[in-house]
Each structure stands twice: as structure tokens, then as C-alpha cells.
Design a protein around this ligand. Structure first.
Ligand SMILES: Nc1ncnc2c1ncn2[C@@H]1O[C@H](COP(=O)(O)OP(=O)(O)OP(=O)(O)O)[C@@H](O)[C@H]1O
Ligand SMILES: [Mg+2]
Length: 384
């Protein structure tokens, strides 16, 4: 079951939100609803799910409903219609005590404005959520120190927020959210107030931490670059509606409509597309043979595929090397690429290679190969 599930959620702001639902269902636009009824359609008929351990990014222009969507997830906002399930529980059915417990233990929020306590030290700020949970002083300080180290702030435990830069303050906010041990992080434009360079640094650090922690993260941004870098999947909102949900590659290569296409037109594909995505664009599948194949069998496989080389794998599918038609008895060790390398960082490797470059995952398994044509196909975009 998905960690978070929204089914047909509509949110209308105003004095009598339910009265407006029929108009919304008829498809009346946001501007017309506002003009005719004085109500604001925040979100319209949203259905989506977030899997456990996924980083799910919601992006859209100002007023598109991003914060409203996030706030539904810890019931700072209640749906006018539809249901919100988190961890298998219907949020609307949580009692007051259950809701407090949920916000303390299950889902932490990280805000744009950091929301730190100005007169408390870094250590005390990070330990704050643990205090609220009733953890003993010594234990919570040890726990807080570990998270301060994880976000790279060791040495600043005794500083006050006012003595730190914006980026450091946001690290404290992040450490505080992580320290609660919550499985879900709700992040509403957490890096928006930071300078571009620091912002990129924070983004990379969050990505690195997430690789280790595997939290379920819902991350809001209006920065497409940030969305594509961080998101396992990205939802694009426009005027309260989801116009597309997909992986960064799906969105860059196959924008669902003109709105998304406009959004992604300025994207540097070479930075967004990964080796795995480029390998998927390869025209022909690589010839794969068992590393123990006799030369004759290996040659036969290459002839059958019209390939000039073959990729040898062991019994577990782990990549062992390349053999060529010209010298089939010689197993060559060649450079490989990791699936998450960006296209711009693999060009030199592919340009310098004699054969399509193998893409090999962390387990050593061959997942595809990349040649110059695959790169061109990926840069040109699907079906163009
Ligand atoms: N409490 C509220 N009362 C009335 N209208 C609201 C309220 N909260 C949000 N809205 C409206 O709902 C719509 C979506 O707002 P929301 O704050 O979710 O957008 P956003 O995408 O987060 O925008 P931003 O990028 O500016 O933060 C907007 O039209 C907004 O005016
Ligand atoms: Mg917002």
C-alpha cells in the first residue's frame, strides 16, 4: 500500500465550500468560481500516491496549490471532498490526540522560514521535538548531536540561530525534523530563502542524506531544476490541478501538455537525463553472453545480433568485461558508468570508448549500454 494516498481531493476556500462543489465538478474554472461565488478553488480533483521511501516533488507556479496539498497531509488543511490516507489511515478520522501523535512521530514539517527558536541553542533546537516526545535529557542530547553531525554542523551546537547563516539555519531545521525519527518529511520550499549556491549545496546534501535514510519525502518547490534533481517523481500543478506526474525523465522527454512543455523548455537535458535513461534510448539491445561462453558460441551471438562486441556477465548477471568479434578470446576490462550519472558527465567516457559503454548498477549488474546515437536520441527527445 502506498505511504500517502490522495483520492479525488478537492479543496475550496471560502464561507460555504461544499456549496461550490457542484460547480467545480461541472468544470467551472477557478477565476469564474471566484467571481460568481467568492470561493477559491485551491485544489481540484487530485488523485495521487507517494510510495514509502520515495522523494515526491510537487511543483507549480505561485498559487497553484502546492502548500495546500502539503498541508492536507498533516491536516493543517482538511479536504472539502475526497480522502487523504497516510500510513493507511484516513486523516479526517484521526481524533485530536491521534493527530498530535501523528504530527510528532509520523510526519515532520520543514518550513521555508526555518521556524527556529531564537533564544535556544542549535542543540536545544534540534532536541526540541524529542523533548516534546518526553525523551530524557541525556538521550535527546545524544540523539540531537548525531543529527547535527549528519547535517554537517558539528561545532555549532552551542550557537544561537541568529549567529548562523541562512543555509546553516536551514540545516538546523532539517536536523530537527530528522531527529524526530518521523518516516515522512513534509518540506514546503525549504530552500527558497537561500542564495543559489547555498541552495544547490543544501539540495545535494538532502539528496545524499536521503540515499542513506530512505524517508518518504514530499518536497515543494517552484524551481524546476530542484524538482528534477531531487524527485524520484514529480507532480506538476497548474491552477489547483495535477497536469502531470512522472519521473524527471518522463517529464523532460514527454511533457503532457503545452504548459509543461513551456516549463521544461529551458531545461538543460544534459543535466537532467541519467545514464539509465540514456541507455533506455539505445536502438539495439547489447549482446550479452555468459562469461564462460566458448568463443564459437560468443561469435554466433554477435553474428546473430549484427554486433561487433558482446558484454560478458557472470551467473549473477554481474558485468565481467567485453569481447569483440575480432578478438573473441580476450576479455577486455572497459570503463563503466553508474545509472545515475548525468548525461553531461558521461559524454567524455562515451566519446573515448571504442564500444558502447556498459551501464552497471551498484550491485555490479549490467543494466544497459550507451553509444553516441543513444545520447543524440536522448537529447533530441522521444518521438521527435
Ligand atoms: N486559507 C486560505 N484561505 C483562502 N484562500 C486560500 C487559503 N490558502 C490558500 N488559498 C488559495 O488557494 C490557492 C492555492 O494556494 P497555495 O498557498 O496552496 O499555493 P502555492 O502553490 O503554495 O503558492 P506559493 O508558491 O505562492 O506558496 C491560492 O489561490 C490561494 O489564494
Ligand atoms: Mg506555498
Amino acid at each position: 500500500m502506498a505511504k500517502i494516498e490522495l483520492s479525488a481531493v478537492t479543496k475550496v476556500f471560502g464561507p460555504r465550500p461544499e456549496s461550490v462543489l457542484p460547480l467545480v465538478a461541472q468544470g467551472m474554472g477557478k477565476a469564474e468560481v471566484l467571481e460568481k461565488t467568492g470561493h477559491t478553488v485551491g485544489l481540484r480533483d487530485i488523485s495521487l500516491h507517494v510510495e514509502e521511501g520515495e522523494t515526491f516533488v510537487v511543483m507549480g507556479l505561485s498559487g497553484s496549490g502546492k502548500s495546500t496539498l502539503l498541508r492536507l497531509l498533516n491536516r493543517l488543511v482538511e479536504p472539502t471532498a475526497g480522502s487523504v490516507r497516510v500510513d493507511g489511515r484516513d486523516m479526517v478520522e484521526l481524533g485530536r490526540a491521534e493527530l498530535v501523535h501523528f504530527r510528532r512521530h509520523a510526519a515532520s514539517m520543514v518550513f521555508q522560514g526555518f521556524a527556529l527558536l531564537p533564544h535556544r541553542t542549535v542543540l536545544a533546537n534540534v532536541a526540541f521535538g524529542l523533548e516534546a516526545r518526553g525523551m530524557k535529557r541525556r538521550a535527546r542530547q545524544a540523539e540531537a548531536r548525531a543529527w547535527i553531525e549528519a547535517v554537517g554542523l558539528t561545532g555549532y551546537e552551542g550557537s544561537l540561530p541568529g549567529e548562523l547563516s541562512g543555509g546553516m539555519r536551514q540545516r538546523v531545521g532539517l536536523a530537527r525534523a530528522l531527529a524526530t525519527g518521523a518516516g515522512i518529511l513534509l518540506m514546503d520550499e525549504p530552500f527558497a530563502a537561500l542564495d543559489p549556491l547555498i541552495r544547490r549545496d543544501m539540495r545535494d546534501q538532502l539528496a545524499a542524506l536521503q540515499k542513506r535514510l530512505g524517508k518518504t519525502i514530499v518536497f515543494i518547490t517552484h524551481d524546476l531544476d530542484e524538482a528534477l534533481r531531487l524527485g524520484d517523481r514529480v507532480a506538476i500543478l497548474n491552477d489547483g490541478e495535477v497536469v502531470q506526474v512522472g519521473t524527471p525523465t518522463d517529464i523532460v522527454l514527454g511533457p503532457a501538455d503545452g504548459f509543461v512543455a513551456d516549463f521544461v523548455s529551458g531545461v538543460n537535458r544534459a543535466r537532467v537525463l541519467t545514464a539509465a535513461a540514456v541507455a533506455a534510448e539505445a536502438e539495439a539491445e547489447a549482446t550479452v553472453i555468459p562469461v564462460s561462453s566458448p568463443s564459437e558460441a560468443a561469435l554466433e551471438s554477435m553474428r546473430r545480433d549484427g554486433a561487433s562486441c558482446a558484454y560478458a556477465v557472470d551467473a549473477e548477471g554481474k558485468f565481467a568485461g567485453v569481447v569483440t568479434r575480432k578478438d573473441v578470446a580476450h576479455l577486455r576490462i572497459v570503463p563503466t558508468l553508474k545509472p545515475d550519472v548525468a548525461l553531461e558527465d558521461l559524454l567524455a567516457v562515451v566519446a573515448g570508448a571504442e564500444w558502447p559503454v556498459p551501464v552497471v548498477n551498484d550491485a555490479g549488474v549490467l543494466v544497459g549500454t550507451i553509444d553516441g546515437e543513444a545520447i543524440l536520441a536522448a537529447l533530441a527527445g522521444r518521438g521527435e
